[in-house]
Design a protein around this ligand. Sequence first.
Ligand code: FMN
Length: 203
Amino acid sequence: MSHVLDNLIALDPEAQALLFREARTANAFTSDPVTEDQVKALYELIKWAPTAMNAQPMRIVLVRTPEAKARLVTHMGPSNKVKTDSAPLVAILAADTNFHDQLPKVFPHFKAARDLFKDDLAKRTHVATTNAWLQMGYFIIGVRALGLAAGPMTGIDAEGIDNDLLAGTGLKTIAVVNIGHPAPEAWFNRSPRLDYSEAVITL
Ligand SMILES: Cc1cc2nc3c(=O)[nH]c(=O)nc-3n(C[C@H](O)[C@H](O)[C@H](O)COP(=O)(O)O)c2cc1C
């Protein structure tokens, strides 16, 4: 389908549909697996997301064993339990509050970068979470780029997940994302989006 102003968009229409216009949040999945290679391919796309000081604080915790999944489900909100239980792959997306240890590698031209953060957990937590959220947006689009669907959820007990599955890691959960091939009943009705005039303010 063609859209007004399409000629201004460099991405081809099929890719626009796959990544944006027709991409949906999935609430149910088929049992088709999501392979390790698919996750690697996803990571190779989304690792290029920009982050402050190139810090890349988002960590992807793949929940694959039935035991780990059962534990995770106990921390999901009531309406999210079934979705996570039935998804072929579930990822906990977390912010690494110790991201500064990687700064010498990922931001090597600024030697003092690590020291800016080493004694300030509050600052690290802020930078880690804000940038991990940004990376999560790329993660969702990356899932779509593989022809899969994502179901991101923040209706979770994030602290419960941190204290249980992520204990002792310095990781802080920001969301849980179900990933897979959407089942026919995957979709809720599409909710309206704000118009340009409602969302864009020009000063
Ligand atoms: C950060 C985030 C948190 C969300 N949390 C939940 C959730 O806890 N449970 C749920 O069923 N849907 C959740 N959603 C799904 C949204 O309601 C959905 O993405 C939105 O309504 C747009 O739907 P669409 O992509 O099908 O148009 C979440 C989405 C995002 C991006």
